[in-house]
Design a protein around this ligand. Structure first.
Ligand code: M6R
Length: 365
């Protein structure tokens, strides 16, 4: 049942190229994204939305954080992102022209479902991004955008997250196409880059040796930091959650520029720091943040883009991801972080697929 893999999590990490391909299938036509088979909104309805809320929990919330950047960049529509357990209690401003997107792998998460119902009661339209056909989210949302990751057994979510990102990219590109907020060339270039992602993920999965080495090092620590800027910040939040969940090592994910506002005080000799530097627009700033922690003795794993010859000079280990558009890097950069969590957990001899205190589907509020 584990297809020759030692754990479901490793199997599911390796299933990502297929899961991504399946989620893209039938949704790209003539080189452009077409979701008209999935969403029954008319053009006029789509044009009426003046803000979007992403609401979700855990890993799905981290996908929503990426969704904010993606949708805002591609469409110019303001986006807010909330964890579902906070959303209802902060009295969010929801109007009939608000589009609420709930993201839930299982489609059964109690807080996410409650947010969906409340949004509908205030007259908003809800799109559900879910992986389970016939789940509560699939049944109750006004519109459903399925992820086709296949069953995810390991408690730690991997292929569900990357396919949620694909669903979000598809949604962003489709909205941009209908609203006319991107040129046709921009849309077709982006779509071309999107369909290359499965192959790029495959490439990333080929050689885990450097990641295993870093995992062996961090398995001996009880505290570490993840840092990144822009989209990399959202990705390190996911990397940090994954590591906590299955290796029981405490970590914080920081926007790298925030470190010097307090947390830098915790950086001392030998503390591991995982630093993502895939965002070209903030690359120089990120490198100076890396130098700040390095100067205080941190052991740094840098994760950058293929062809980056600079990063290696300021870190202890470098891992690279294939080059893609800045908006799409999260799908690639999260993979080494998933593997890092996996190998750290196994190095510690822990129960990877069923970590303590956690359930796959959280049906209590
Ligand atoms: O089924 P959902 O996507 O609604 O689940 C949300 C979270 O419970 C889930 O992503 C959780 O954070 C994962 N165990 C993280 O790996």
């Amino acid at each position: 049942e584990k297809g020759g893999y030692e754990h479901f999590m490793l199997k599911e990490i390796h299933e990502q190229p297929k899961a991504i391909r399946d989620t893209l299938a039938g949704r790209v036509k003539d080189g452009l994204v077409d979701l008209s088979q999935d969403l029954s909104f008319t053009e006029a309805e789509l044009k009426r939305f003046d803000k979007i809320h992403f609401v979700a929990c855990g890993t799905a919330y981290h996908a929503g954080l990426i969704g904010k950047s993606v949708v805002e960049k591609l469409t110019g529509i303001p986006v807010e992102v909330d964890v579902a357990s906070e959303y209802r209690y902060r009295d969010p401003i929801i109007t009939p022209s608000t589009l609420v997107v709930v993201v839930s792998q299982s489609g059964e998460t109690a807080d996410t479902l409650a947010a969906l119902r409340e949004a509908q009661q205030t007259g908003a339209k809800v799109v559900g991004i879910t992986n389970v056909v016939g789940s509560s989210v699939a049944r109750e949302a006004d519109e459903v955008l399925m992820t086709w990751a296949g069953p995810e057994i390991a408690v730690a979510s991997t292929k569900a997250y990357t396919t949620q990102l694909i669903a979000i990219y598809l949604l962003g590109l489709y909205l941009a196409r209908i609203l006319g907020t991107c040129s046709e060339t921009e849309l077709s270039d982006a779509t071309q880059a999107l369909v290359q992602l499965p192959e790029q993920v495959e490439k990333l999965l080929q050689d885990p040796v450097a990641i295993q080495r870093v995992a062996g090092e961090i398995a001996q620590h009880e505290d570490l930091f993840f840092i990144g800027r822009g989209l990399d910040h959202a990705v390190v939040m996911e990397g940090s959650l994954k590591l906590k969940e299955i290796s029981y090592i405490h970590s914080d994910a920081y926007a790298a520029g925030e470190l010097k506002h307090g947390t830098l005080a915790l950086i001392e000799e030998g503390i591991p720091v995982i630093a993502l530097a895939t965002q070209k627009a903030v690359y120089e700033k990120m490198v100076s943040n890396i130098i700040e922690v390095k100067a205080r003795g941190a052991y740094v794993l840098g994760l950058g883009l293929e062809g980056d010859t600079e990063l290696g000079k300021s870190v202890d280990e470098v891992i690279t991801i294939p080059d893609t558009r800045p908006l799409f890097t999260p799908i690639l950069s999260v993979v080494p972080l998933q593997l890092l969590a996996y190998y750290t957990s196994t190095a510690r001899g822990l129960n990877v697929d069923k970590p303590r205190n956690l359930a796959k589907s959280v049906t209590v509020e």
